[in-house]
Design a protein around this ligand. Structure first.
Ligand SMILES: [Zn+2]
Length: 382
């Protein structure tokens, strides 16, 4: 067996670590493009000292999830920047990562996008990129892809390159303390989905398995705690760590059917990525287990689902199927809404199934699901 592992050049984790940026960022140059969520105020508050340290900051806000047009515009704005900081949730970080990648290259975003673009490799190194997540989360601070939406094609796809890994990721769990309960639930279930899908992925390796098992244990304990009490600092730190672990795992092991669906659903519906993953998670898990039992009963993923079930239920005798049941119970407890609440209709299901089958995440699912099985997942998640 051969495997490899790649991640951000430097990772700093811990409460209060955001203040270390003032000392660390000037090493990357004296002009920063700072990409934030809809409200740049908090980034300005934390990065204000950078100006005094001699770094001129220009701010770009991202409303909703990043689009091809936004990255094109951001790459123009980054022409005079020496580096890019992504300060915010997964959307701000992915936007910053894509802008840093496209800015020093001659093409436009579609030239480098998978699935809907030309998937050309980057010819030049990206601008140095610093990631500061404020949700837990997508783990996007340590992944090598940026997910962009295309309004015209109603689908999401990635720019992906090992060159896109952050030079520095600063994960300060205290930045997540004021995330509202609904976003805490959907981003936390995205973390859980990523840990589960990377663990059972056909590209999982012994190194990513360690991250998944530790992250799953932490997320299962901490997610209900941060949902009921957002000010629980220890539980927020556990979720920030689980999110980091999920990013480390997925960047090296890939994902599966649930993220395969999240790509076309995210393009079609105006709903956050985590909310869509959360709605599909119990049903995609149940179908994978059923298909493994029917067609690949000795597949190692089945034993991994058994271990996931044991972690989720606290019962060492749990069966793989208990994982799906426990995930449905958790989604209910966290008030996750079905896909129809985000606007999906039964008539749209065949198109979503067709696009999901071609999504890059689907390639790492433990086995190939039939169109009939994919349809059944969405019927249940609707
Ligand atoms: Zn995700």
């Amino acid at each position: 067996m051969r495997w490899e592992f790649a991640t951000a050049q430097r990772i700093i984790f811990g409460p209060g670590t955001v203040s270390e940026l003032t000392a660390l960022a000037p090493a990357f140059g004296n002009h920063a493009l700072v990409v934030t969520g809809a409200n740049p105020d908090r980034a300005k508050q934390h990065l204000g000292a950078l100006e005094a340290a001699g770094v001129a900051c220009r701010y770009l806000s991202v409303r909703g999830e990043p689009t091809i047009d936004l990255v094109r515009e951001g790459a123009q704005a980054a022409r005079y920047a020496s580096f890019v900081i992504g300060f915010g949730g997964g959307s701000a970080i992915d936007a910053a990562k894509a802008i840093a990648a496209v800015a020093p290259n001659s093409g436009e975003p579609l030239d480098y996008l998978e699935v809907i673009g030309l998937a050309r490799p980057l010819e030049n190194n990206p601008l140095p990129f610093i990631a500061v997540p404020t949700t837990a989360g997508t783990g996007a601070e340590v992944t090598r892809n940026a997910v962009l939406g295309s309004a015209e094609l109603a689908v999401k796809a990635s720019i992906r390159s090992p060159l896109m890994l952050a030079k520095l990721a600063v994960i300060d769990p205290d930045l997540t303390l004021d995330v509202p309960a609904g976003i805490t639930a959907s981003t936390g279930l995205d973390t859980l989905t990523q840990l589960i899908e990377s663990f059972v992925s056909i590209r999982a390796n012994p190194f990513t398995d360690l991250y998944c098992l530790d992250g799953l244990g932490g997320a299962v304990r901490a997610l209900p705690a941060v949902y009921s009490n957002g000010a629980d600092r220890a539980a927020r730190a556990d979720m920030a760590f689980a999110s980091l672990l999920s990013g480390l795992a997925l960047a090296n092991a890939g994902l599966g059917v649930i993220h395969g669906f999240a790509a076309p659903l995210g393009g079609l519906l105006n709903a956050p990525h985590g909310a869509l993953c959360a709605a599909v998670l119990p049903h995609g898990t149940a179908m994978n287990i059923r298909a493994l039992r029917a067609r690949a009963s000795t597949h190692p993923a089945l034993d991994k689902y058994r271990r996931i079930a044991a972690l989720l239920t606290g019962n060492s005798e749990a069966r793989p199927e208990d994982a799906a049941t426990a995930l449905a119970t958790l989604s209910n407890a966290l008030n996750i809404r079905p896909l129809r609440a985000h606007g999906l209709t039964a008539a749209q299901i065949p198109l979503v199934v067709e696009k999901a089958a071609a999504a890059s995440s689907m390639k790492a699912n433990p086995l190939v699901l039939t169109p009939h099985e994919l349809t059944a997942i969405l019927d249940c998640a609707l």
